[in-house]
Structure formats: C-alpha cells, structure tokens
Design a binder for this molecule. Sequence first.
Ligand code: BDR
Ligand code: CA
Length: 319
Amino acid sequence: MQKVIFDTDPGVDDAMALLFLHRHPDIDLIGVTTVFGNAPIETTTRNAQFLHRKWDIAAPIASGAGRAFHDGRADDHPASIVHGEDGLGNIGVPATVDLPLDPRPAFQYIIDMVRAHPGEVTLVAVGRMTNLALALQADPDIAGLVRQVVVMGGAFDVNGNVTPAAEANIYGDPEAADVVFTASWKVTIFGLDVTMKTIMSSDYLAEMTASGAPGLQLLSDLSQHYIGFYRQRVGLDGMALHDSCACIYLVAPELFEYRSGPVRVVCGGLADGKTIQAPESGRRFEGSAWDGPPSQFVAVAVSPDKVLDILRATLVGSH
Ligand code: BDR
Ligand code: CA
C-alpha cells in the first residue's frame, strides 16, 4: 500500500481524484491538505470536509495556504467560471461542515507525516504548490525523506489555460512551483500536455453513475457545471481529468510516457508561470538557470482510454 498525502484545492476534478484515492485498494490515503486555488482557502477546506463526510473518508484534513509563497500575491484569475462559486459546481454546499480539522497547518502536517514514515510517503499535489514549498522551507531535509512527489500542473509543449504561457496551478504560485521542481526529490509532473487529452465524456459519466455505485450521483451532480464550462468555452463534450491523471499514475505509471530533464518556472513578466524543461542530453546550457537542478519527469503522452478504464473500475468498485 502506498501512503499518500493529497494536497488539493477542491475543485471538481480534485473531487473525482479524491474519490479515486479513497477507493483504490493499493492506496493508503493518510491525509488531505488543502490550498487556495479553485476557490479561497476557507472554501476549498470546507469542500474537503464536505466530501469527506459524504464519502466517509477517514483521512485527516489539514488546512493550508491561502496566499502565494513568495510575495503573497493574490489570485487575479478566479476559477469560479470553471468550478462554480462554491468550487463544487454550485450544488449548494452548506456554509460550514461539522468535521474537525487537524490542528496543524498543512505544511507542518506534511513534515510530521514524512518524518513519521521516512521513505514511504508520496505527496500528490494538484493545486498551487504553496504548501509543499512552505514545508521545504521549514524543513529542507524532508526532500530526502519523501518517497516521491507527483504534481498536476504546467504546460510544456502546449499552451496554458490561464494565459497562453501558463497553466492554473503554476500561474497561481510560480515561485512555489519552482522551489518544488528544483528540490532534490523525485517529481513527476502531469501537465496539460496529457491532461487535456484525458477527457471523460458526459455520456461516460452518466453511464458510470447509472451503475448505482455509492457516491457517484454526488460526483455527477457537482461535475455538471464543469462539463458546461468545457462545452461552452473549450468546445468539448466532457471534462478534462486533470487531477485524476496524477493519481492514476500511482497505480498505472505505464499508461504515460515521460521525458526527463531539469524543470524551471518563469516567475514574472509576460510568460509568468510558464514551465520549461531542459533536455537531459545533447546541448548543454552551462551557467544557466537550468544547469544544476535535478532532472524531473514530465509526462508527454497518455493512453486516455486505459486511464478511463482504471478510473471507472475504481470508482464503481469493480476491482
Ligand atoms: C488545474 O487547475 C484547477 O482548475 C484544476 O483543479 C486542476 O488542478 C488544471 O489547470
Ligand atoms: Ca486541482
């Protein structure tokens, strides 16, 4: 069983990924940490509490950062158009949910869990990288104690989704992402290059829901606003499974192809939040900002049908 901490900003696609982690038999979800992003931190944390209650998820929730790592920059691109005002598709989540939070801030929770289980914990980060950067800042040695880091974020050989250069999770806190990508731990990154190719059609979701498996009606209800966004704004019938890609990697890494090389993030200016990977071999860039950081792994191809198969089998419970 892989011990996983899910760092998330629920978020519609976050919700599906959470249910996947909760239901997969090979994953031991030991904690959920929240971060601002798809909604303000109070809302994403409340949403995590709501989903835990609805889906009987026992993992503790620790609330995390509400502002960016470096300069506390605020979000200038509200995600409500994608995820709804409540971050969960405007389904009417109650203002408060009676579920106690872990008393520690997310970054401290991460540090404590990693130190309690050296070499065992996988961090799956599918929102801004702020909590992970804060954890590294407070305790740099955790880099050598984490099993691996898996990220949904970035756009390497394709355009971004907030600007032509940048994807939302990175754009919302570029400095934090740069800290995470250049630290001495193994990071595998699932950007728009693969997540925009991993689409669940509305029929597929409806058919899954019709199976009657517990919890799927809620998942379907909260996804409808998101599907509407993709239909109207992106011209797709269905929804991109951004955050689920990072989670499915944990149990089926062979469904993706990877490229290795150091990854840096543009911080500021016209290309703010752009992710760039240097080639591993061939031309060298001595003395540049890419000369020195460890190589990380970027997913560059995906088998979307097989990703959907695994997701469906796990959510419906037919493993
Ligand atoms: C990412 O941004 C958020 O809207 C989604 O939850 C996902 O993590 C996609 O760019
Ligand atoms: Ca997310």
